[in-house]
Design a protein around this ligand. Structure first.
Ligand code: ADP
Ligand code: MN
Length: 296
Protein backbone atom coordinates (compact mmCIF):
# COMPACT_ATOMS: atom_id res chain seq x y z
CA UNK A 1 0.00 0.00 0.00
CA UNK A 2 1.35 3.36 -1.05
CA UNK A 3 0.79 6.09 1.53
CA UNK A 4 1.43 9.41 -0.19
CA UNK A 5 2.29 11.29 2.98
CA UNK A 6 5.06 8.78 3.66
CA UNK A 7 6.87 9.36 0.40
CA UNK A 8 10.41 10.55 0.94
CA UNK A 9 13.19 11.80 -1.31
CA UNK A 10 15.00 8.91 -3.01
CA UNK A 11 18.71 9.41 -2.35
CA UNK A 12 20.18 6.65 -4.49
CA UNK A 13 19.61 8.18 -7.92
CA UNK A 14 22.85 8.12 -9.90
CA UNK A 15 21.85 10.75 -12.46
CA UNK A 16 18.91 12.66 -13.89
CA UNK A 17 16.35 15.12 -12.57
CA UNK A 18 15.69 15.64 -8.88
CA UNK A 19 12.30 14.83 -7.51
CA UNK A 20 12.40 11.04 -7.41
CA UNK A 21 10.62 9.76 -4.29
CA UNK A 22 10.39 6.37 -2.65
CA UNK A 23 7.81 4.84 -0.37
CA UNK A 24 8.41 3.94 3.26
CA UNK A 25 9.32 0.31 2.58
CA UNK A 26 11.64 1.39 -0.23
CA UNK A 27 10.25 -1.21 -2.63
CA UNK A 28 8.91 1.33 -5.13
CA UNK A 29 9.96 4.69 -6.46
CA UNK A 30 7.71 7.48 -7.65
CA UNK A 31 9.35 9.29 -10.56
CA UNK A 32 8.03 12.46 -12.20
CA UNK A 33 7.78 11.72 -15.92
CA UNK A 34 6.56 12.90 -19.28
CA UNK A 35 3.41 11.68 -21.00
CA UNK A 36 5.66 9.95 -23.51
CA UNK A 37 7.31 7.81 -20.86
CA UNK A 38 3.92 6.78 -19.45
CA UNK A 39 2.82 5.77 -22.96
CA UNK A 40 5.98 3.70 -23.46
CA UNK A 41 5.49 1.84 -20.17
CA UNK A 42 1.83 1.17 -20.94
CA UNK A 43 2.64 -0.11 -24.42
CA UNK A 44 5.48 -2.26 -23.05
CA UNK A 45 2.88 -4.63 -21.64
CA UNK A 46 2.46 -5.85 -25.24
CA UNK A 47 6.23 -6.51 -25.46
CA UNK A 48 6.95 -8.93 -22.60
CA UNK A 49 10.46 -9.85 -23.78
CA UNK A 50 11.47 -6.21 -23.64
CA UNK A 51 9.41 -5.44 -20.52
CA UNK A 52 11.41 -8.12 -18.68
CA UNK A 53 14.34 -5.68 -18.86
CA UNK A 54 12.35 -2.70 -17.57
CA UNK A 55 11.54 -2.01 -13.90
CA UNK A 56 8.17 -3.49 -12.95
CA UNK A 57 5.57 -0.86 -13.78
CA UNK A 58 2.83 -0.47 -11.15
CA UNK A 59 1.01 2.49 -12.67
CA UNK A 60 0.96 6.25 -12.54
CA UNK A 61 -0.16 8.80 -10.02
CA UNK A 62 -0.54 12.53 -9.89
CA UNK A 63 1.17 14.18 -6.96
CA UNK A 64 -0.56 17.06 -5.28
CA UNK A 65 1.43 20.31 -5.54
CA UNK A 66 2.70 20.19 -1.98
CA UNK A 67 4.37 16.83 -2.59
CA UNK A 68 6.34 18.05 -5.59
CA UNK A 69 9.76 19.10 -4.32
CA UNK A 70 10.12 22.83 -4.76
CA UNK A 71 13.40 22.88 -6.56
CA UNK A 72 12.48 20.25 -9.15
CA UNK A 73 14.14 21.46 -12.34
CA UNK A 74 15.02 20.23 -15.78
CA UNK A 75 18.73 20.31 -15.03
CA UNK A 76 19.07 23.74 -16.60
CA UNK A 77 17.26 25.59 -13.83
CA UNK A 78 13.87 25.66 -15.54
CA UNK A 79 11.08 23.99 -13.59
CA UNK A 80 10.02 20.93 -15.59
CA UNK A 81 6.57 20.07 -16.83
CA UNK A 82 6.34 16.65 -15.29
CA UNK A 83 2.97 16.46 -13.61
CA UNK A 84 2.47 12.71 -13.77
CA UNK A 85 4.62 10.21 -11.92
CA UNK A 86 5.47 6.62 -12.63
CA UNK A 87 5.27 4.09 -9.82
CA UNK A 88 8.10 1.66 -10.49
CA UNK A 89 9.98 -1.17 -8.86
CA UNK A 90 12.90 0.35 -6.94
CA UNK A 91 15.94 -1.33 -8.46
CA UNK A 92 18.03 -0.59 -5.37
CA UNK A 93 15.62 -2.43 -3.07
CA UNK A 94 16.96 -5.53 -1.31
CA UNK A 95 20.50 -4.21 -1.17
CA UNK A 96 22.39 -3.09 1.92
CA UNK A 97 24.84 -0.75 0.15
CA UNK A 98 23.69 -0.58 -3.46
CA UNK A 99 26.29 0.71 -5.91
CA UNK A 100 24.59 2.35 -8.86
CA UNK A 101 25.85 3.09 -12.38
CA UNK A 102 23.75 4.91 -14.97
CA UNK A 103 25.06 4.33 -18.51
CA UNK A 104 23.32 6.59 -20.99
CA UNK A 105 22.78 4.95 -24.38
CA UNK A 106 23.00 6.37 -27.88
CA UNK A 107 25.24 8.61 -29.95
CA UNK A 108 22.12 10.53 -30.92
CA UNK A 109 20.53 11.69 -27.68
CA UNK A 110 17.52 13.63 -29.00
CA UNK A 111 14.22 12.56 -30.49
CA UNK A 112 12.24 14.11 -33.32
CA UNK A 113 10.42 16.47 -30.91
CA UNK A 114 13.59 18.24 -29.76
CA UNK A 115 14.19 21.86 -30.76
CA UNK A 116 17.21 22.70 -32.93
CA UNK A 117 18.79 24.35 -29.90
CA UNK A 118 18.45 21.15 -27.86
CA UNK A 119 19.74 18.97 -30.72
CA UNK A 120 22.83 21.17 -31.07
CA UNK A 121 23.48 21.13 -27.34
CA UNK A 122 23.14 17.34 -27.02
CA UNK A 123 25.19 16.76 -30.20
CA UNK A 124 27.99 18.84 -28.71
CA UNK A 125 27.97 16.74 -25.51
CA UNK A 126 27.92 13.56 -27.60
CA UNK A 127 30.83 14.73 -29.79
CA UNK A 128 33.00 15.51 -26.77
CA UNK A 129 32.27 12.29 -24.88
CA UNK A 130 32.14 8.55 -25.50
CA UNK A 131 28.49 8.95 -26.51
CA UNK A 132 29.60 9.58 -30.10
CA UNK A 133 32.45 7.08 -30.30
CA UNK A 134 30.92 4.23 -28.30
CA UNK A 135 27.21 5.02 -28.20
CA UNK A 136 27.34 5.14 -24.40
CA UNK A 137 28.69 7.27 -21.58
CA UNK A 138 28.79 7.11 -17.80
CA UNK A 139 25.99 9.46 -16.74
CA UNK A 140 26.53 9.06 -13.01
CA UNK A 141 27.53 6.64 -10.27
CA UNK A 142 27.24 6.06 -6.53
CA UNK A 143 29.85 3.72 -5.07
CA UNK A 144 30.03 2.43 -1.50
CA UNK A 145 33.63 2.68 -0.27
CA UNK A 146 33.10 1.18 3.18
CA UNK A 147 32.61 2.50 6.69
CA UNK A 148 35.03 4.97 8.18
CA UNK A 149 36.36 8.49 7.97
CA UNK A 150 36.49 9.80 4.41
CA UNK A 151 34.66 6.73 3.13
CA UNK A 152 30.94 6.05 2.76
CA UNK A 153 29.29 6.71 -0.59
CA UNK A 154 31.36 8.32 -3.31
CA UNK A 155 29.22 10.26 -5.75
CA UNK A 156 30.20 10.78 -9.41
CA UNK A 157 28.11 13.45 -11.11
CA UNK A 158 27.25 13.85 -14.77
CA UNK A 159 30.50 15.68 -15.51
CA UNK A 160 32.65 12.82 -14.26
CA UNK A 161 31.72 10.54 -17.14
CA UNK A 162 31.95 13.21 -19.82
CA UNK A 163 35.74 13.43 -19.65
CA UNK A 164 36.53 9.86 -20.67
CA UNK A 165 37.47 8.76 -24.17
CA UNK A 166 37.01 5.43 -25.93
CA UNK A 167 40.59 4.62 -24.92
CA UNK A 168 40.20 5.12 -21.18
CA UNK A 169 36.50 4.68 -20.35
CA UNK A 170 37.32 1.25 -18.96
CA UNK A 171 38.85 3.16 -16.03
CA UNK A 172 35.41 4.58 -15.23
CA UNK A 173 33.93 1.08 -15.22
CA UNK A 174 36.76 -0.09 -12.95
CA UNK A 175 36.00 2.84 -10.65
CA UNK A 176 32.39 1.64 -10.43
CA UNK A 177 33.64 -1.70 -9.17
CA UNK A 178 35.96 -0.07 -6.60
CA UNK A 179 33.43 -0.75 -3.85
CA UNK A 180 34.05 -2.46 -0.50
CA UNK A 181 34.14 -5.94 -2.13
CA UNK A 182 36.90 -8.39 -3.05
CA UNK A 183 38.45 -8.88 -6.52
CA UNK A 184 36.79 -12.32 -6.67
CA UNK A 185 33.42 -10.72 -5.94
CA UNK A 186 34.03 -8.14 -8.68
CA UNK A 187 34.57 -11.02 -11.13
CA UNK A 188 31.28 -12.66 -10.16
CA UNK A 189 29.31 -9.44 -10.54
CA UNK A 190 30.98 -8.45 -13.82
CA UNK A 191 30.25 -11.88 -15.32
CA UNK A 192 26.59 -11.59 -14.34
CA UNK A 193 26.33 -8.09 -15.78
CA UNK A 194 27.94 -9.30 -19.01
CA UNK A 195 25.41 -12.12 -19.36
CA UNK A 196 22.54 -9.71 -18.76
CA UNK A 197 23.84 -7.04 -21.14
CA UNK A 198 24.18 -9.74 -23.83
CA UNK A 199 20.61 -10.79 -23.18
CA UNK A 200 19.46 -7.17 -23.50
CA UNK A 201 21.40 -6.87 -26.77
CA UNK A 202 19.63 -9.91 -28.18
CA UNK A 203 16.22 -8.57 -27.16
CA UNK A 204 16.96 -5.18 -28.74
CA UNK A 205 18.12 -6.91 -31.93
CA UNK A 206 14.74 -8.60 -32.16
CA UNK A 207 12.55 -5.60 -31.30
CA UNK A 208 11.47 -2.54 -33.23
CA UNK A 209 11.72 0.42 -30.91
CA UNK A 210 13.66 3.64 -30.60
CA UNK A 211 14.93 5.08 -27.36
CA UNK A 212 17.07 8.18 -27.17
CA UNK A 213 19.07 8.81 -23.98
CA UNK A 214 17.66 5.78 -22.19
CA UNK A 215 20.02 4.11 -19.70
CA UNK A 216 21.30 0.80 -18.53
CA UNK A 217 20.98 0.99 -14.75
CA UNK A 218 23.46 -1.30 -13.00
CA UNK A 219 23.20 -2.06 -9.28
CA UNK A 220 25.34 -4.39 -7.16
CA UNK A 221 25.83 -4.99 -3.45
CA UNK A 222 28.80 -2.86 -2.38
CA UNK A 223 29.34 -4.29 1.11
CA UNK A 224 31.52 -7.38 0.86
CA UNK A 225 30.05 -9.18 3.88
CA UNK A 226 26.48 -8.60 2.77
CA UNK A 227 27.42 -9.69 -0.75
CA UNK A 228 28.95 -12.92 0.56
CA UNK A 229 25.74 -13.56 2.50
CA UNK A 230 23.59 -12.79 -0.55
CA UNK A 231 25.61 -15.22 -2.69
CA UNK A 232 25.35 -17.88 0.02
CA UNK A 233 21.58 -17.36 0.35
CA UNK A 234 21.17 -17.82 -3.41
CA UNK A 235 22.69 -21.29 -3.22
CA UNK A 236 20.32 -22.35 -0.46
CA UNK A 237 17.20 -20.85 -1.97
CA UNK A 238 14.81 -23.36 -3.53
CA UNK A 239 14.13 -22.70 -7.22
CA UNK A 240 11.31 -20.21 -7.66
CA UNK A 241 7.96 -21.90 -8.21
CA UNK A 242 5.98 -19.84 -10.68
CA UNK A 243 2.67 -21.17 -9.35
CA UNK A 244 3.28 -20.12 -5.78
CA UNK A 245 0.65 -17.74 -4.54
CA UNK A 246 1.20 -14.37 -2.94
CA UNK A 247 1.29 -15.64 0.64
CA UNK A 248 5.06 -15.96 0.62
CA UNK A 249 5.55 -12.27 -0.15
CA UNK A 250 6.83 -11.50 3.33
CA UNK A 251 9.53 -14.11 2.93
CA UNK A 252 10.51 -12.67 -0.43
CA UNK A 253 10.94 -9.23 1.09
CA UNK A 254 13.96 -10.44 3.03
CA UNK A 255 15.87 -11.63 -0.02
CA UNK A 256 19.32 -10.06 -0.25
CA UNK A 257 20.12 -8.95 -3.76
CA UNK A 258 23.47 -9.61 -5.47
CA UNK A 259 22.99 -7.51 -8.58
CA UNK A 260 20.30 -5.92 -10.70
CA UNK A 261 20.31 -4.51 -14.22
CA UNK A 262 17.48 -2.93 -16.18
CA UNK A 263 16.85 -0.44 -18.94
CA UNK A 264 15.39 2.83 -17.62
CA UNK A 265 14.44 6.32 -18.75
CA UNK A 266 12.01 6.16 -21.65
CA UNK A 267 11.20 9.88 -21.83
CA UNK A 268 12.27 9.77 -25.50
CA UNK A 269 11.27 6.28 -26.48
CA UNK A 270 8.62 4.72 -28.66
CA UNK A 271 7.66 1.50 -30.40
CA UNK A 272 8.37 1.64 -34.11
CA UNK A 273 6.96 -1.40 -35.91
CA UNK A 274 8.47 -1.87 -39.36
CA UNK A 275 11.58 0.19 -38.66
CA UNK A 276 13.97 -2.55 -37.57
CA UNK A 277 16.18 -2.67 -34.48
CA UNK A 278 17.46 0.36 -32.58
CA UNK A 279 21.05 0.55 -33.83
CA UNK A 280 21.60 3.82 -31.96
CA UNK A 281 20.98 2.17 -28.59
CA UNK A 282 22.57 -1.11 -29.69
CA UNK A 283 25.93 0.57 -30.35
CA UNK A 284 26.11 1.48 -26.68
CA UNK A 285 24.91 -1.90 -25.47
CA UNK A 286 27.59 -3.63 -27.57
CA UNK A 287 30.25 -1.24 -26.25
CA UNK A 288 29.19 -2.05 -22.70
CA UNK A 289 29.46 -5.77 -23.43
CA UNK A 290 32.99 -5.25 -24.71
CA UNK A 291 33.98 -3.16 -21.66
CA UNK A 292 32.71 -5.84 -19.27
CA UNK A 293 34.66 -8.47 -21.25
CA UNK A 294 37.82 -6.34 -21.09
CA UNK A 295 37.59 -5.86 -17.32
CA UNK A 296 40.06 -8.56 -16.35
P1 ADP B 1 15.68 11.34 -15.86
O1 ADP B 1 14.77 11.65 -16.99
O2 ADP B 1 15.59 12.35 -14.77
O3 ADP B 1 17.09 11.11 -16.33
P2 ADP B 1 15.68 8.55 -15.04
O4 ADP B 1 14.58 7.59 -15.34
O5 ADP B 1 16.95 8.36 -15.79
O6 ADP B 1 15.09 10.02 -15.22
O7 ADP B 1 15.96 8.47 -13.48
C1 ADP B 1 16.96 9.26 -12.86
C2 ADP B 1 17.79 8.42 -11.91
O8 ADP B 1 16.92 7.82 -10.95
C3 ADP B 1 18.54 7.28 -12.58
O9 ADP B 1 19.86 7.65 -12.92
C4 ADP B 1 18.54 6.19 -11.53
O10 ADP B 1 19.71 6.26 -10.73
C5 ADP B 1 17.32 6.51 -10.69
N1 ADP B 1 16.23 5.59 -11.05
C6 ADP B 1 15.36 5.71 -12.08
N2 ADP B 1 14.48 4.69 -12.10
C7 ADP B 1 14.83 3.88 -11.07
C8 ADP B 1 14.28 2.67 -10.53
N3 ADP B 1 13.23 2.06 -11.09
N4 ADP B 1 14.87 2.15 -9.44
C9 ADP B 1 15.93 2.75 -8.86
N5 ADP B 1 16.48 3.88 -9.31
C10 ADP B 1 15.93 4.45 -10.40
MN1 MN C 1 18.12 9.51 -17.14
Amino acid sequence: KLVASNLKPFDLAAAGHDGVLSDESGSVIVKPCTAREVAFYEASLAHPEFAKWMPTFYGTLTLSDDLIPEKTTDGDGKPHDRKASLVLQNLTYGFNKPCVLDVKLGAQLWDEFASQEKRDRLDAVSDKSTSRSLGMRVAGMKVWKGEGAGKGYQVYDKYYGRDFTADNVLDAIKEYFSADISPEQVKIIAARFLAKVSDIRMVLESQESRMYAASLLFVFEGDGNTLAQALEDEKNRPPKDENEDEEDDDEEDKILMVEELKLIDFAHANWTPGQGPDENALQGVRSMEKLLLDLD
